[in-house]
Structure formats: structure tokens, C-alpha cells
Ligand binder design. Structure first.
Ligand code: NAD
Length: 304
């Protein structure tokens, strides 16, 4: 009797290098900005508001400032004390909304508990809402109209496109239904056109028998915030895994922590055709997404 074994070839695995891709795309933005500056235009300007002292939020805002610096954007960061009232924050947002020289405004989340996150993000004028959280921009996304797609889903779409990952007719399982990742991701993957046109299943904390969904998926996008949640035995051979998760776990290094994804890379890597690492996968593409949206707003304002 001849037994045929199908051995999955690990050589076929593509490690999606979000860090290099984001760097390449950032350089393109830098070149474009330099042309606008040479023609006498002002620089694009991103404003950020950070309330409180959360360590991860401070790190994210600092990296956004560095990114702006790299591509030639101006940036302003408003650092407010944790006991700032919601009204004070809303007044600041109002004043930025009416400043014609600001192209993008983001409020770094999470906000302190005494603030209503939706009320605050809804106060940002849709035309400078480069995080794409305002209901007007979310509505446009669901209607497949031109909008600011929030940075993480946008970065993932760019990644799929740049790596030529087939999505049309594929079964995509999105795990997590947050407003900033899971839900918009599911809308984008099911829209008509490429990347998209997938058949999408969205799973969440109350999904029964999760593995029955993930194990038949061609593409799994995992955004739950639980380190190493998705394991190799939960996906089929040849799946594409996009790992959105970033959790800081204590580590014996200079920083005192390391970043963990939601995917258990080691158990998945030899089963997948493509997978994103953490760090160096979705994170840098999210940062790129914000620059992209700010440039888009700038070009709209200046009719470029
Ligand atoms: P969230 O906490 O708002 O949502 C988590 C989702 O996971 C929820 O919809 C919940 O229903 C689902 N979930 C929780 N437990 C589950 C389970 N056992 N089975 C199935 N689903 C479950 O989180 P979020 O804001 O979407 O972020 C998710 C992760 O992605 C976090 O680690 C966050 O830090 C990270 N993140 C990374 C980037 C990036 O740039 N890479 C951007 C945004 C968020």
C-alpha cells in the first residue's frame, strides 16, 4: 500500500514584512510632500491630543510625531492632564476643527474613564477625522464611498494589495468586532473589488465553536487582544493569517516588556502561505495609514 503524505512546504511561507513595506510607502509620501513644498505650499499638519499619562499611548503618540517629522509634515501634540474635563477637551477639538491649517486631528485612545469616547471622537470634524472614527466617515465606508478608512484596516488592505494576496471569492474570518479594527475590516473584506470580494464571517467573544469557523478560512484576521490566542491547530494548511494584536507582556529586557501578537506565530508559520509577525507586521502599516489619510486631507484642502 502506498501512503501519500502531503507535506506542507515551509519554503512557501511569506512573512509579510510590514516594517519594510511601511518604510517604502513613507518614503513615497516624503517625496510627494517635498514636491508640494518646492512648489511653495505649506506642509501638511497633523494634530494629536493625548489625555493622561498612559505609557503605551505616550509611545504611540511619540512614534506618530517621528513619522510626521520623517515625511515632512508639521505636527502638534496637545498633552493634557488626566483630570481635564470633557468640556475642556471638546473646546480644544472645536478650536482645532476651525483651524484651516490643520489637516488631520486624532485623539489618542483610550481616554480617561470620566470621558465619553464616542462623544469626543464624534466631535472631530469629518474632514479632518484622519482616524476615520466619525459616523460620517464610517457611513461612507459602509457605502463603499471615498472616505478616511481607519488606519489599521487601511494598513491591512494595503498590505494584502502590495503582497498580491488573493481575496476575491475567498473565505475570510475576522475575529474581533471592535469599531476600530474588526468591524471596519469585515466591511472592507466583503466590499466589491480588490482587496475585498471575500465571503466574510465575523467572530467575537460569544461565538460558539470558533474553530469550526477558523479551520475553514482562507484568510484569518485576528484582533482580540489576547496574546497567542490563534494557534496552528485552529487554521487550515495554506491559510493567510493577519495578526493585529499588540499586547505588552512583562519581559526581562531594557524596556521591561515585549510585544505579543494575537497569533501564536511559531505554531502557525509552517501551516500558512502568508503571515504577519508581531512586531513588524500590522503595527507599522497602521502608522503609515495615518500619514496617508493626513496627506489625503491636505491634498483635498489645497486642491492638489
Ligand atoms: P477590543 O478589545 O475593542 O475588541 C476585542 C474583540 O475581541 C471584541 O470584539 C471581542 O468580542 C473579541 N474577543 C474577545 N475575546 C474573544 C474570544 N475568546 N473569542 C473571540 N473573540 C473574542 O480590541 P481592539 O481595539 O479591536 O484591539 C484588538 C487588539 O489589536 C489589541 O491587542 C490591540 O492592542 C491591537 N491593535 C493593534 C493595532 C495595530 O496597529 N497593530 C491597532 C489597533 C489595535
Amino acid at each position: 500500500m502506498v501512503i501519500l503524505l502531503h507535506i506542507f512546504d515551509p519554503q512557501m511561507v511569506t512573512i509579510i514584512d510590514g516594517k519594510s513595506l511601511a518604510q517604502k510607502l513613507r518614503r513615497k509620501i516624503k517625496e510627494e510632500v517635498s514636491k508640494y513644498l518646492d512648489s511653495g505650499n505649506r506642509a501638511p499638519h497633523l494634530a494629536a491630543i493625548l489625555v493622561g499619562e498612559d505609557g503605551a499611548s505616550r509611545t504611540y503618540v511619540a512614534s506618530k510625531e517621528r513619522d510626521c517629522d520623517f515625511v515632512g509634515f508639521d505636527s502638534t501634540v496637545h498633552r493634557l492632564p488626566v483630570d481635564t474635563s470633557e468640556n475642556e477637551l471638546l473646546d480644544l477639538i472645536d478650536s482645532i476643527n476651525s483651524n484651516d491649517n490643520i489637516d488631520g486631528l486624532i485623539v489618542q485612545l483610550p481616554l480617561p474613564k470620566h470621558m465619553d469616547t464616542s462623544k469626543v471622537t464624534d466631535a472631530i470634524a469629518p474632514k479632518i477625522d484622519v482616524d476615520g472614527f466619525h459616523p460620517v466617515n464610517v457611513g461612507r465606508l459602509t457605502k463603499n464611498e471615498d472616505t478616511y478608512i481607519s488606519a489599521t484596516p487601511f494598513g491591512i488592505i494595503m498590505m494584502l494589495e502590495e503582497y498580491g494576496i488573493e481575496t476575491i471569492g475567498k473565505h475570510c474570518v475576522v475575529i474581533g468586532r471592535s469599531n476600530i479594527v474588526g468591524r471596519p475590516m469585515s466591511i472592507l473584506m466583503s466590499r466589491g473589488g480588490y482587496p475585498g470580494d471575500s465571503t466574510v464571517t465575523i467572530c467575537h467573544r460569544n461565538t460558539e465553536n470558533l474553530i469550526s469557523h477558523t479551520s475553514v478560512a482562507d484568510i484569518v484576521i485576528v484582533a482580540v487582544g489576547i496574546p497567542h490566542f490563534l494557534k496552528g491547530d485552529m487554521v487550515k494548511k495554506g491559510a493567510v493569517v493577519i495578526d493585529v494584536g499588540i499586547t505588552r507582556v512583562d519581559a526581562d529586557n531594557a524596556k521591561g516588556y515585549e510585544l505579543r501578537g494575537d497569533a501564536d506565530f511559531n505554531s502557525l508559520v509552517n501551516k500558512c502561505t502568508a503571515i504577519t509577525p508581531v512586531p513588524g507586521g500590522v503595527g507599522p502599516m497602521t502608522r503609515y495609514g495615518l500619514l496617508h489619510n493626513t496627506l489625503k486631507s491636505y491634498k483635498r484642502k489645497l486642491n492638489l
